[in-house]
Design a protein around this ligand. Sequence first.
Ligand code: SF4
Length: 504
Amino acid sequence: MTTIRQEDFIQSVADAFQFISYYHPVDYIKALHEAYEREESVAAKDAMAQILINSRMCAEGHRPICQDTGIAIAFLRIGMDVRWDATMTPAQMVNEGVRRAYTDQENKLRASILADPDGLRINTKDNTPAVTHVEMVLGDKVEVIVAAKGGGSENKSKFAMLLPNDSIVDWVLSMVPTMGADWCPPGILSLGIGGTPEKAMLLAKWGMMDPIDLHELRARGPSNRAEELRLELFEKVNALGIGAQGLGGLSTVLDVKVNDYPTHAASKPVALLPNCAATRHAHFVLDGSGPAHIEPPSLEDWPRVALDFSTSRRVNLDAVTREEVQAWKSGERLLLSGKLLTGRDAAHKRLTEMLARGEQLPVDFSNRFIYYVGPVDPVRDEAVGPAGPTTASRMDRFTEPLLAQTGLLGMVGKSERGPIAIEAIAKHRAVYCIAVGGAAYLVSKAIRAAKVLAFADLGMEAIYEFDVKDMPVTVAVDAGGNSVHKSGPATWRAKIGKIPVAIA
Ligand code: SF4
């Protein structure tokens, strides 16, 4: 019989969530570096370089890989011979560990969890509660897996109750293009097949935390249906040409995981979950000897990668005009300097409500650029904490009123825009640019100063003014309405040549 002390468990969970906020799993870094070496698309290669450099900087600086430090998830496998020296339940102890990790003053993480999700949506301030799954197993140890999943990739989760003879490959290939770049590829796709709907989801979630080992599977060959599916889907999903950040390229997935479970004769439940460029998970075991120690990786595990901005167009945000923007072409790389406004979901909602009521806005948007971001709080001498882009399509329905009524000139976010936003951008001869999702700490180094201009009550969703210097972005929708997220994947899908390209 092993006794696990409450404090050991809580501190181990807290340490693990801090650890994964700044260390990518080494298998992810190796797989991404191999994909980077193979990549032929200049835009995708540049995005992967930024993710690799960001990752190294986070490992060195112990700051979050992404500004979205995720919803906390814990899988506990508790041995039946374990005794607890505790007054809390396992889920309460996990929550206490999450609270400690996310409010750590040395590396404060972003609190993204809102209570009353279909009502007032009030931030719980410490990222609790976690989502905890408990399973009883044989033995006298407690095995723990913690993960922090970003909203961008969780929002792209898919589930279907297929008919027994439906093709899973066809279903996955119909789903992945609809996920676009919001899940920040390249990453991992994890499938759960069988059981019941909730079992399929859990299988997929569990599977995405296995090490990346597709190269080993390729070398030894498949030994069952799940492994056959992994190989077939790896090849066919990459042949879609979506590429890093949806810019078009050879690598969309670094691995495909498939886990299955017996199911009802009438059913074939299937869950498809993506793990993004901020793949974050850690595993540890408690055996009663004290808190767990997770061995930090060696910095030697990170490749030395260089960025080349010599061909990027330099833009002065303080003097940029609508005429100047008309010359920018989708896919073109820019370096932004000057004053950049920020705002995301809650600020956009409030701004458009004020416009609808005919009220004066607290900020002048005329000829300005707005960055869709919710940064991590700064520590020490930082102007701002990690501050990567958030999913732009959530702002699509606000784009027309803002462009039409405020004189806003440009937007910076992550991944593709939908038809209504593209139409508004073309109509108002504006522009939409992307920064790399999953390169938040690198992006934050371009931000020299930050001050809140309005809506301070919205916390990380307030409107800030950033002073940026050489912030790297790519034109994603130009003033003519041309989208790199349409042209890039179509070009690379045709080049890869394994899947027919539909001509629009
Ligand atoms: S890498 Fe992209 S999807 Fe992942 S947490 Fe960051 S912003 Fe969200």
